[in-house]
Design a protein around this ligand. Sequence first.
Ligand SMILES: Cc1ncc(COP(=O)(O)O)c(C=O)c1O
Length: 373
Amino acid sequence: MSSISQRDIPFFNYKEAFMHYEEEFVAIFKDILHRGAYIMQKDLQNFEEHLAQFLGVKHAIGVANGTDALIVALQAAGIKAGDEVLFPSHTMVATAGAIVYAGGIPVPVDIGPDHMMDPSDLERAITTKTRAIMPVQVNGRTCNMDEIQAVADKYDLFIVEDAAQGLGSKFKGKYAGTFGKAGTFSFYPAKVLGCLGDGGAVVTNDDQVADRVRMLCDHGRRADGEIRIWGGNSRLDNLQAALLDFQLPSYAATMQRRRHIAAMYEERLHSVAQVVLPPGPNADPDHFDVYQNYEIEAQRRDDLREYLKANGIGTIIQWSGKAVHQWPGLGFKIKLPKTEAFFARCIMLPMNMVITDEDVEYICAKICAFYGK
Ligand SMILES: Cc1ncc(COP(=O)(O)O)c(C=O)c1O
């Protein structure tokens, strides 16, 4: 194994990520330039229609980014000042920040064995002020939405899903983002469906929520110009929408490629006792995962990271190595043992459309070598 020649595998290669579409993207840009079609034009409408069709929902609304998508989705769904919203602390701070910006109070809950929001920790966190649950479809996997829905029903709470990382993933055949009152997505460049900058979307089957989201993102206006409510500006640029719309038809192939990489990691690393892998692509028929990230738990994590770096392999310890509730400046007082144990051991391996099968072989060989396998 040690005779394999050194490779250079960045964790994510922003320069290479879209290079295979260079010609098509330049053509799209020229077309938009020649039409002068920058804001709220047909390309945005097309993308919204196609995204809604893909997910089987009534409405998809393009917004400026995944964080704004969360804020307007919560506001449109009816969050009021002082309402508590339960969220898993294994997430980007954007999840909790959006709750705060929408006027709510974020209440962190622990994760279960699959690293997702633990439905059995929800009841502990419920108070008379609890109004909503925000599951996070983290790393391209959908939570057990049956169990979360059961708690929501029992306490009359509504669900807004943070599916920023979950486009295309499913639980029991239903897409992430389509379970609650609204669901949100991010199209940040490193997402499975990414654009050349910031982008996001809100999806919903609720006409009123959709109407409010559209107004909140466009200065409180209806399409005919009538101003109904206070709003801001969080529109998805027409150009970004066109680039996303162009990529949507090949999304099935994109998901398949990522699932193939996950299967390779699974096959080559499952017998390494020092690592805990995420569920494999065929581990559970209830789940269809799209592997936005491939996040493992590893013994001697920091040494492994250094070793992989010395061998040309980029890794990431997500969100600067802390769960949301662990940042002292954010004022949380709670301890979440499973989340904290996870963050002491988690590390993300390269998972993207640029790496080759040979790269994955090399990464796995190096991890095996590190643990003396
Ligand atoms: C789980 C989660 N929620 C929200 C966001 C925010 O999305 P954006 O960066 O598009 O604002 C992200 C972005 O990475 C995310 O991973």
